[in-house]
Ligand binder design. Structure first.
Ligand SMILES: Nc1ncnc2c1ncn2[C@@H]1O[C@H](COP(=O)(O)OP(=O)(O)OP(=O)(O)O)[C@@H](O)[C@H]1O
Length: 604
C-alpha cells in the first residue's frame, strides 16, 4: 500500500489555542467536542503557517464541542451573537417549522455565506440544525427572488415547501444524456417554461442531497452550463446544498431499459468540488443534550463501534416504563410492519371512534395544466398524513378533482402530530393520546386549547356540528386538533395538490423514512428487523435522550456508515469510484420504505 503523504494540521480555534500538529490524532484531540473549532490540513508547514496567520484573530474563543470532524473540512469561525428571529403571526400554520431559535454562530456563518452569493454544501450529524438553518436560508432568499427550492425526494420537498429536483429541472426520469435534455429545452416549445426556470434561477437549493446520484449531479451541471451559456460551475447558479451522507444513500438512476444503475455518491461527481468546494460541517448537536449519547451516536456515525460502545448500546435493551400511558414510538424499516403494528393496537381498543374525511384538491402542474385525479393522488402520497393511515384509508371518488380519504381515530389511540402548530410545544413529531372527542364550541366553553385558534372575541372555528379529537401530548398538555392544509407545490411554486385533514397519524409505530428529520422523545428500535446502516443511524438519532430510548438486539454491523462515506469524510479520496464500490441499498424482501421515496422520486 502506498504510504500516506505527510500532512500538517493547523488549528486556529481549538482546545489549546492556535497551533500546528503533525498528526491527525493530536489535532483531533484538540478539536473534538469543540464546536467552533477551526482547522485545516495542508501538505506543507509553510501553507499551514500562512493559513494559521490569516485565521488567528481575536474571534477565537472557547465553547464546548460535540462532534468529530474530518481534517480537510474547513470549519466556520465563530462570530458576533446572532440576531434573534421574530415569529411571524401570519405563518402560524406553516408547512415547515419557523425558527423561534437564535441561530448558532456556525449556522449564522452559513447564512452569511449564502447571503454573499457563495455556493455552499452544509452537513453535520443528525440534530445539528440543518433543517432549521435551511428554513432560515429559504426565508431570507425568498425575499430576494430567483430562488428554486428543491429536494431529492418528494417527502423532503414537501417538508421545505419545494418541489423535487427532477421536477424542477424538467428531466423526467433523468435517464437521458445532458445533451438530449439541452436539445429538448432549446428545441421544443413545451419545454419553454423549463428553459426559463434554468435561465432565471439565481439560487438552487437542494435538500437531502445525499440521495442525489453523482452521475445525475454531473448531468445537471452540464445542462446548467449549456442552457445558460455560462461556463462557470453549474452555469453560475449559486448552489445551497444540505444533507448528511451518513444518513441516506443515493437513489439509483435508471438506464433506457429501466434497469437500475449502481449509484455513486454526489461527492464523487466530477463537478462536485468545483461547484461547492469544501463542505461546511455543523458540529453543535441540538437534539441531544447528553454528551455521552452524542458520543455514542457519533461512534455509530463514524463506524467506531468498539467494545465499550457495544456495551453502552446493549444497556439500552431494558424496557422503559411511562406513567402517562403514552408509549415509545417503535420505528420500523418497512411500511408493512408499521401498518400491522398500528392496526393491531387499534383493534385492541373498544372505544368511541370517529372518521375524518380529508378533502383533496387538484391544482396545476408547472406548465399550467390541470392535475388529473391520478396525478393528484400520486402527489399526495408524499404527505406523511396519508401514509400512516394506510389501513384505514378508504378512497371514494366524489368528483374528478376532489378525492376523499378517511382517517379513523379512537379514544386511547396513540397519535403523532404531523404539522408544526405551536412553536416549541406542538410540533411535527409531538406524540400523544386521544382522550375524547368534542365540538369546538364545547372545547371553548371548557377552556380546552384548540390548536391554531386564537381565543379572541371571534375565534375562527372549524365547521360546527362536528366533533374533533382532543389529544393529551407528552408533558400533559391537552389540545383539540382540527383540520389543517397540506400543500404540494409545483416547480414554479404554485399549488399542485392540496389536502385538508386532521394532522394526526397513528403513532405506536412509525417508519424510519417518515421519522427522518423528526425529533422524538420516546423511541424504541429493534435492530433485528431489516435495518440497514444509514437507516439504523437515522432511527436511533431521532431520540433526544438515552433514558427514553430502547434499543433491542443491538448489532454493530447494522449501525455503521458506508465505507465510501467514511473515506470521503476522513479525507481519503480515490480518483474514481471503482466498480466494486456498490452502494448498498436496503435489501429487505419486503418493500422497504426507501422504495417509497424512490418511487416518489421517479414518478414526477
Ligand atoms: N440554533 C438552534 N437553537 C436551538 N435549537 C435548535 C437550533 N437549531 C436547531 N435546533 C433544534 O434542534 C433539533 C434538531 O434540529 P434539525 O431538525 O434542524 O436538525 P437536523 O440537522 O436537520 O437533523 P436531522 O439530520 O436528524 O434531520 C430541533 O428540535 C431544532 O428545533
Amino acid at each position: 500500500m502506498p504510504k500516506a503523504a505527510r500532512k500538517f494540521y493547523a488549528v486556529a480555534v481549538g482546545r489549546d489555542g492556535p497551533k500546528i500538529y503533525t498528526t491527525w490524532d493530536e489535532c483531533k484531540e484538540k478539536i473534538t467536542r469543540y464546536p467552533s473549532a477551526l482547522y485545516k490540513s495542508f501538505p506543507s508547514q509553510k501553507q499551514a503557517d500562512e493559513w494559521l496567520a490569516s485565521k488567528v484573530d481575536s474571534r477565537a474563543r472557547s465553547r464546548p464541542a460535540s462532534d468529530l470532524v474530518p481534517p480537510d473540512i474547513t470549519m466556520l469561525p465563530p462570530r458576533d451573537p446572532p440576531v434573534s428571529q421574530e415569529w411571524d403571526e401570519e405563518d402560524s400554520l406553516p408547512l415547515s417549522e419557523p425558527p423561534s431559535v437564535s441561530l448558532s454562530s456556525e449556522q449564522q456563518e452559513v447564512l452569511d455565506r449564502v447571503k454573499q452569493g457563495r455556493s455552499v454544501f452544509f452537513t453535520g450529524s443528525a440534530g445539528t440544525g440543518k433543517s432549521v438553518l435551511l428554513r432560515e436560508i429559504i426565508k431570507t432568499l425568498q425575499e430576494r427572488g430567483g430562488l428554486a427550492i428543491t429536494a431529492s425526494t418528494g417527502i423532503a420537498a414537501v417538508n421545505i415547501g419545494g418541489s423535487t429536483l427532477h421536477s424542477w429541472a424538467g428531466i423526467g426520469l433523468g435517464d437521458e444524456s445532458w445533451k438530449q435534455y439541452a436539445g429538448k429545452f432549446f428545441g421544443q416549445k413545451k419545454f419553454r417554461p423549463v428553459l426559463d426556470r434554468w435561465r432565471n434561477v439565481r439560487t438552487l437549493i437542494i435538500d437531502e442531497v445525499s440521495m442525489i446520484d453523482g452521475a445525475l449531479f454531473d448531468k445537471l451541471e452540464n445542462i446548467a452550463r449549456e442552457v445558460r451559456h455560462n461556463e462557470k460551475p453549474f452555469g453560475g447558479i449559486q448552489l445551497v446544498l444540505s444533507g448528511d451522507f451518513c444518513q441516506l444513500p443515493p437513489v439509483p438512476g435508471r438506464d433506457k431499459k429501466g434497469q437500475q444503475i449502481t449509484p455513486v455518491f454526489a461527492f464523487d461527481a466530477k463537478t462536485w468540488h468545483a461547484c461547492v468546494g469544501s463542505p461546511v460541517m455543523l458540529t453543535r448537536v441540538f437534539r441531544q443534550k447528553d454528551e455521552a449519547f452524542v458520543d455514542m451516536l457519533n461512534a455509530m456515525r463514524f463506524g467506531q463501534i468498539d467494545a465499550k460502545a457495544v456495551a453502552a448500546f446493549s444497556t439500552l435493551s431494558r424496557k422503559v416504563e411511562y406513567a402517562d400511558g403514552i408509549e415509545p414510538t417503535e420505528l420500523f424499516s418497512t411500511r408493512q410492519e408499521v401498518d400491522n403494528a398500528n392496526a393491531s393496537r387499534l383493534r385492541q381498543l373498544n372505544t368511541e371512534s370517529h372518521t375524518y374525511v380529508a378533502s383533496d384538491y387538484a391544482g396545476v402542474d408547472s406548465n399550467g395544466h390541470p392535475i388529473t385525479p391520478m396525478q393528484m393522488s400520486r402527489l399526495l402520497e408524499r404527505l406523511v398524513v396519508q401514509k400512516q393511515i394506510h389501513l384505514k384509508v378508504r378512497p371514494i371518488l366524489i368528483s374528478p378533482t376532489v378525492l376523499r380519504q378517511a382517517l379513523v381515530l379512537q379514544v386511547g389511540a396513540q397519535v403523532m402530530l404531523v404539522k408544526n402548530l405551536v412553536q416549541g410545544s406542538l410540533v411535527n413529531g409531538s406524540v400523544g393520546q386521544v382522550m375524547r372527542f368534542s365540538t369546538a364550541e364545547d372545547a371553548l366553553k371548557e377552556h380546552t386549547n384548540i390548536a391554531g385558534v386564537d381565543r379572541g372575541e371571534r375565534p375562527r372555528l372549524p365547521p360546527s356540528g362536528f366533533v374533533w379529537p382532543i389529544v393529551r401530548f407528552i408533558g400533559g398538555q391537552e389540545t383539540m386538533i382540527i383540520p389543517q392544509e397540506f400543500t404540494i407545490n409545483n416547480a414554479n411554486g404554485e399549488t399542485e395538490a392540496r389536502r385538508d385533514q386532521v394532522p394526526l397519524i397513528l403513532a405506536w409505530a412509525l417508519s424510519v423514512h417518515k421519522s427522518q428529520g423528526q425529533t422524538l422523545e420516546r423511541v424504541k428500535v429493534d435492530l433485528r428487523r431489516t435495518f440497514e446502516k444509514g437507516q439504523a443511524y437515522v432511527a436511533l438519532s431521532r431520540a433526544t435522550c438515552l433514558e427514553q430510548l430502547q434499543v433491542l438486539n443491538f448489532d454493530a454491523s447494522k449501525v455503521q456508515a458506508h465505507p465510501r462515506v467514511l473515506e470521503w469524510h476522513f479525507g481519503r479520496r480515490p480518483a474514481t469510484t471503482s466498480a466494486n464500490e456498490v452502494i448498498e441499498l436496503f435489501d429487505s424482501d419486503e418493500e422497504a420504505d426507501s422504495d417509497v421515496a424512490m418511487s416518489a422520486y421517479y414518478n414526477i
